[in-house]
Every structure is written in C-alpha cells, then in structure tokens.
Design a protein around this ligand. Structure first.
Ligand code: FAD
Length: 357
C-alpha cells in the first residue's frame, strides 16, 4: 500500500484526539493531506464506547463538552456509552473531521528526513508532527499475585465488566481502591451472594466536597510527575474518593469494609499469610489502566524513571511529538485543553515551513 503523507497525524479519536482535530482545522490544516486522525475503534466514542452499559450519565464524574458543540441534553438514566458515542459521531460530522477507522497504529518510527513513519494495519503514513491521544482503555492493568493462574473461578477486569446481572448468587472479590472499584462494588453487591473489597492502601475517603481548587491541585501533582519523567498516577489516585451520599449508604451496609490485598490466590479463593481465607467464584480486578503507548516504543522516549518526560503536552526528547489525554490531561476537561495547547505549539513549529510552500 502507498505511503501517505500529512503535516500532522493524530492517533486516537477520543475526547483528546477530537479536540486536537477541531483545533487543527481551525488553525488552517486541511483535512486529508494537512491532518488525519487514525482511530482503532469500530465506531465513534473513544473509550466511552466501551464503558459498561450500567454506567449512566448521572454516575460519571462530569463530562465536559468538546470545543464548539454542546453536549446534548439527555436523561440522567441514559447509558453514558450510548450518549457519548452519539455525541462524538455528531462532532466528527459537524467539523468534518478526517477520522479513519478502524485503523490501528502498530508502531511509529523515525525517518532520516526528519519525518515520522506511522505503521498501521491499513498501510503507512508519514508525518511532520504526531499528536498521540490513545488514552488508556486498551491497556488494562492486571497486577501479578502468586497463584493467579490456578484460580478456578472467573477473573475479569473493569474493562470487561458489562453489568451486575451475571454475578447474581456469586461470591465476588473486588480488587482496587479507585472510583471504578467502588462503583462496581455498589452494583455487584446488590445481587451477589457476598462481596469482599480489598485494596493495597486504606481507601482515601474525603469528607469535603470536590472543588475546582482540589481538582487543580491534583492535576498539578500529576503534572509535576510527568515533568520529572515519572509514570503518571491516575488523577483519582491523588484526589481521593469523595464521600457521596451513595458511598455513605454503601458504608452503612458494610459493603466498604475493606481488607488489605491478599497474599496469594488459591484455586477457590484468596488467602492471607496470617491464615485468613475468603472463598470466591469471581475476582474482579478494578486495578486501573496504563497509558497505551506501546506503538511509540521504537522511538525510545522513556526516561530512566520509567515515564516520558513532558513539558506541557510536548515530549521533551522529541519536539515532534505531543501526548494528550496523558497524565495531567487524562480527564475530559484536561483532554480538551491539551488538544488546544498541542495544536498551538505545532502550528508555531510548522508555520515557517508551511509559509514557504
Ligand atoms: P480515549 O477515550 O480512550 O480514546 C483513545 C482512542 O484511541 C480510542 O478510540 C482508541 O481506540 C484509540 N487508540 C488507542 N490505541 C490506538 C492505536 N494504537 N491505534 C489507533 N487508535 C488507538 N474523565 C472525566 O473527565 N469524567 C469521567 O466521568 C470519567 N470517567 C472515567 C471512567 C473510567 C472507567 C475511566 C477508565 C476513565 C474515566 N475518565 C473520566 C477519564 C477518561 O479516560 C478521560 O476523561 C477521557 O475520556 C479520555 O479521553 P482520551 O481521548 O484521552 O482517550
């Protein structure tokens, strides 16, 4: 297949990639040969397309509009996956965004002429600038515990969860201290024969309201980590779990009585070195996600600290590359802003050469 050539290539059409696409269009990059957005999904929606059907709009933390098109008015009981996917589809149409899908990027390599080659399952593109907006959903994190392979029951990750019905009458161990763990516990505990919640550290419940100041402080912490080349924590990892009325009710029901994580998994349950044992039919790993960046490995961007050293959205080691929806911008509002910031810098870098064309 021929190699196609663009000025800017965006990988991923979630909130971050669509925001970048919007700003690229406004900055005068022509859809098609000026910029293209490659997306591995089967349809619009980014990761939201895959969120569990019981995640309704009134349960999401807060969804920020993409630039230039308000989020539609929809009932709070509508599944977030449906509503957001329809909104993203409308957005792509409204701004005539050149999204190509399903196109999965396999690897990005350097070229002798200063461009980058983006190899995909549908041929290759070369580009002068790369905006990586691949999110985390395609990289669920499964921690290793001794005996995991011996477990006779079912193990699944947040990314596989489709709703509580299939856990009716089951004994379920939920692993993880974040928002997803608590939301899934709330659902599963209504039908399961029993739930056991285990977390590495005591859960960080916060009595005070989640304010914009606290949000900014959390983002600043993650920003400091990526500027220093450390892998980013999840933003929830630094904001804690606000004690909503729902969480208070769960606590009263004893669902949030938490145990430290077990030391090993046995064929029939989970066990601690102090002799405790909890029988289980299901282990539900709500252990988070990692940034989906494997396709960038040939560029060797990682710092000794294991992360990628960033200056805002720009990779310090390679000014051609921006990571958005990464680290401090891994939220719908952060992804919006990161798209705009990345395009501003790319435009400034490419402008002299474009003017000379
Ligand atoms: P995504 O939406 O994940 O989009 C990435 C896109 O890149 C996908 O379409 C994917 O198919 C594509 N892609 C990945 N790899 C490749 C590849 N190699 N080649 C081609 N395409 C690829 N944030 C909030 O602000 N509010 C919330 O309520 C909220 N709830 C969340 C709930 C859960 C369970 C999780 C995990 C996260 C939540 N977040 C929330 C954070 C959320 O991840 C971000 O807000 C935002 O939606 C992520 O957008 P994104 O564009 O960075 O990534």
């Amino acid at each position: 297949m021929d190699e196609r050539s663009v000025d800017v290539l965006v990988i991923g059409a979630g909130q971050a990639g669509l925001s970048a696409g919007h700003h690229l269009g406004r900055a005068g990059f022509a859809p098609g040969d000026g910029f293209v957005i490659l997306d591995g999904g089967d349809g619009p929606g980014g990761a939201w397309r895959h969120r569990w059907p019981t995640l309704r709009l009134d349960r999401v933390h807060g969804f920020h509009d993409l630039p230039g098109l308000p989020f539609p008015v929809a009932g709070p009981d509508r599944p977030a996956a449906e509503v957001v996917s329809a909104y993203f589809a409308a957005y792509e149409r409204e701004f005539d965004l050149p999204v190509r899908r399903p196109v999965r990027v396999r690897e990005v390599r350097d070229r002798a002429d200063g461009r980058l080659t983006v190899h995909t399952d549908h041929g290759s593109w070369t580009t002068r600038a790369l905006v990586n907006a691949t999110g985390t959903w395609t990289r669920p994190f499964w921690p290793h515990y001794p005996g995991r392979a011996s477990f006779r029951g079912r193990q699944l990750h947040t990314a596989d969860y489709r709703g509580p019905a299939e856990f009716a009458g089951r004994r379920v161990v939920v692993v993880g201290g974040g928002t997803s763990a608590v939301q899934l516990l709330a659902e599963v505990s209504t039908v399961a024969a029993g739930t056991t919640w285990v977390t590495r550290r005591p859960p960080d419940f916060r009595d005070e309201e989640f304010t914009p100041e606290r949000g900014r402080a959390a983002v600043a912490l993650v920003d400091a980590a990526v500027r220093a080349g450390r892998p980013p924590d999840s933003v929830v990892g630094v904001t804690g779990l606000p004690l909503t009325p729902e969480l208070r009710r769960l606590r009263e029901r004893g669902v949030l009585d938490r145990l430290p994580v077990f030391d090993r998994i046995t064929p029939d349950g989970v066990a601690w070195d102090d002799g405790r044992f909890v029988p289980a039919d299901v282990i539900l790993w709500c252990t988070g996600f990692r940034a989906a960046l494997d396709h960038l490995a040939p560029l060797r961007l990682r710092a000794p600290g294991g992360g990628i050293t960033m200056d805002g959205t720009r990779v310090v080691a390679d000014e051609r590359i921006h990571l958005i929806g990464y680290g401090p911008s891994a939220s719908t509002i952060g992804a919006n802003r990161a798209g705009r910031a990345a395009v501003r810098e790319i435009r400034a870098r490419l402008a002299p050469a474009r003017a000379a064309h």
